[in-house]
Structures are given as C-alpha cells and as structure tokens.
Design a binder for this molecule. Sequence first.
Ligand code: GLC
Length: 544
Amino acid sequence: MPKSVSPSPTGADGSPAAPNGATAPDWWASAVFYQVYPRSFADTDGNGVGDLEGVRSRLDYLQLLGVDALWLSPFFRSPMADHGYDVSDPRDVDPVFGTLADFDALVRDAHERNIKITVDVVPNHFSDQHPWFQDALSAAPGSAERERFIFREGKGEDGAQPPNNWPSVFGGPAWTRVPDGQWYLHLFAPEQPDLNWDNTEVIVEFADIFRFWLERGVDGFRIDVAHGMAKPAGLPDLDLPPEGASLTDQIEGDLRWDQDGVHEIHRGFRKVLDAFPGTMAIGEAWVPDDERLALYVRPDELHLTFNFELVTARWGATEFRSAITSSMAALAKVGAPCSWVLSNHDVDRHVTRYGGGSVGAARGRAAALLQLALPGAAYIYQGDELGLENVDLPDWALQDPTWKRSGHTERGRDGERVPIPWDGASPPYGFSSAATTWLPMPADWGPHTVESQLGDADSVLSLYRLALELRRSEPDLRTRAFGWQGAPEGCLAFRRGPQFVCAANFGAEPVAMPPGEVLLSSAHSASSVADGMLAPNTTVWLRA
Ligand code: GLC
C-alpha cells in the first residue's frame, strides 16, 4: 500500500524560480519552450514547406497557448540532406524558409509578445556544400583546408578500407572516400562532414556564428549533438554493440560521443554568451547516465541540457519516478535545473510510444501534466499540444536519410515530422495553400486541428492552455520546491511547495485521490473526478 519515497534533496528550498515570460536573467530556468520544426509548422508561400513567415503568422496562437520561448530547428542555408541539419551557410536563411529580413521580423514580433527566440546551432558538422568543405575537396591531403575537417588515410592495401570501424548514425560506415584516396569522417550522413574541433579556425568561426545571431537579437541556442564534437585521440575502433541493444547500451562506452574534451568547447561557447546577458544555451547530449549529463551544465558550461529520461522511460510509475529522481539529483549537484522533454523531431511522438489510440491519448494527456508540473524548464514539440500521433507514411513519402542509408530497413523520423493541422476537415488543413505538402498529411486529422480544439474545452489543446496558465499563476509552481509523497502501487505523487500536489495513476485500477481541491485533471471532464477517484492513465493537479 502507500509507499513513501523520501523527499528529494533537489531544490526543496522553495526559492523562487523566474516567473515565466519575465525578463529575469535566468528566465530560461523555468521557461516553457516550444519547438518549431519550421518545415512543418505553417507555409505562407504555397510550396508545401513551412517557412519563417508561417511562424510569424502564428505568433498569436503561440501566445494564446502560453509559451515563453520558441526553439526554431535549423532554417539556415542548406541542401537539406538532413532537412537543415546540414548547414551550408550558418549566417543566412535558406530561401525555402524565407530571408534574414523575415527572421528579423519574427524576432521583433515575438519579442513584442514577450516570447523569446532560440535557434539551433550545429557545431559537429557542416554541409558538404559549405565552401569550407568544397575548398577541402579541391585542396591536397595535409592542407590547412583539410585540417578543418577529419580527413585520414584508409587502412589495408591502397588504403581502400575506412580508417576505423565507426558506423554512421544513419546507417553505413561513418567514412567516405574522396578521389585522391583519403577518407573523411561523417558521424551522420556523408553530406554532413564532421568538423575538427582541434582546429582553432573552427573555434573562432563558431564564436562568430553565435555572435552573428546574438547581435540579431536571439535569446539563446540549442546546441545540436552537444556530446559529439570532441573525438578520441587516434580515432580507435569501437566495440560495436550487439544488434538490438538498448539506446543506453549503444551509447555506453561508445567512443564517438561524450569525450571529456567536449567540455572545453562548451566553456568557449559560454564565454561568448556571457557577453550577452540574459541569453542561454541548451545542449542536446545523449549520454548513458545523469552524472555524465550533469557535466554539461556545470556553472561555466551550458545553461540547460535536455533530460531525455522521460523520452526513454516506458509508461509506468517506477520508471517515471526513477527517471525524475535521477535527473533531478544529478543536476542539483551542479546547481542546474532540469529540462523536461516528452517528444521532439527525432523520436516517436509520446502518444504513439504509449500505445496510440485512446489509451495512448489518455497517457499522453497524463504525461503532459506530469511534465509541466515538474520544476525546471519544459520543452513542448509542435503538435504535442494537439495530441498528435506519429503518422504511418507510405514508403514513397519517406525522406529521412535513415531510410535510404539503412537499406530501407529503418523508416526514420518522418512520422513525427508531418505538418501541423490548423483548420478545415481535409489535408492540408490550412498548413499550406498547396495541395501537396512535403510530407503527406493523414485524412483523419480533422478533429486534431487547432481550430477544432480551440473551441473544445475538453481538447488536448485546452488542457495545455490551462496547464500553462496555472504554471504561471500557482505560487508553488513558481518555486523550485519538490518532494515525493507516498502513493499507492502504480502511482506517483509529488508536492511543489506547501499546497500544490501532482498525482498520477499509471495502473489499471482507479485509486483514491489524495486530499485537496482539483485544479486540473488530464481526464476528459465526462469521466468526472467528482467520485474522489483517480482513474487509470490520469494525472491531477491539486491544491492541498
Ligand atoms: C541532432 C538533430 C537531428 C539531426 C542530427 C544531425 O540529433 O536533432 O535531427 O539529424 O543531430 O545533425
């Protein structure tokens, strides 16, 4: 019966966190960030691909939703081999997304609404079409141009074998041979050559890229592959994990990632940001444990790092409790807040991960209230607030490089990147004026559109709006206080200060609700909370 978990040591001091949307220098510590994947958000020029004007045209919606900041996935000049994560000019907007003037207008209009703008920086690699790589290809082995990347001689007779056995994340070897016989490293697609962070030119170039966007008014950055830039000396072979290994087992001891040398690079980034008070950076670091993760947010490194534990945790009270406890304990040791994530453009949407259909939907709503009740920052991926599921796309529609490079065995990430449905009853649901969108939209998304959910008090969108409003208005939620409460088997409950309690039932049977006034329930209002019971797959916010 009630299992008591000792209060977490993390942040139980009740010290006030920055109010959301405020201009406090550490606004980011408790902010709700909304991830915009620009290709799929809103298309204003009718080419079936979203653009920056599309984001600007929907700022009223984002304000109504109640988010504090946007994170824009890459909109820089790119040949789009990895949909913008292959950058050929990091100081310009790709024509498919608009112009620098569009970007400036977006920053201005967002700031007028008190919404901050953060942008992606991709320091692990450039596009193979970036002038630096083109120069490297036409320069000789050993030249300064090649030194900006990772070129090596191959192994075996005539150097015909790759320099080591590293695989690329997208399938196939992480090395590609150039006509003069050398090989270059690409941890991702061949169109994404890795930069050599032992080269001062690279360091200076990225400091300048940061400053370019800071001077245009951005409030922060999301650092792509923050655990990837430093490579181990001598580039030794890997002990490859067995087929089907878990994500943690795959990255445990994988020399491609999380080398200690990466922290010096982040210290350098931090120095640049410190010259622009109130700006921040969050790292995308997939590392095997929270102790390693905490190293990225030491006081002289990044401000935040994604806590992916809620992405990897399976639906269940024990897994969620230990994910939360371990994240908070590790980051508290270095004095950093957590940044909670349920979904992003790289992972299956959480409603799908939780089983999809009505059960997945109920769990998705419950997970959202859990995520948003935790102390720290929260990242919402576009469409989370609409309860979207992954889309099962036909083979012909797949575009993620993973599909091709895996020899059509892994479908990749397109299913979570389908454009946002805004209004109407059939594709493209107001996303675009074009009949064909870059990824096809399903025929049954009518009930999921923003328009239909805005008018429905029971919708996922209404739940998010209410939750974000309470996050701002409930005094306890504006502190960093946190402590576990006893909860029945299959449930968890935590307190945020003297009054606010969040309780979730992951089990199959209803349980008695903890005492208090229900502020918000993830259950549809039809399945009322009046009987004093907490239904399965439900989270409630209570004032005790
Ligand atoms: C990050 C991005 C992902 C991209 C990869 C290579 O993991 O989130 O979308 O493919 O980096 O840049």
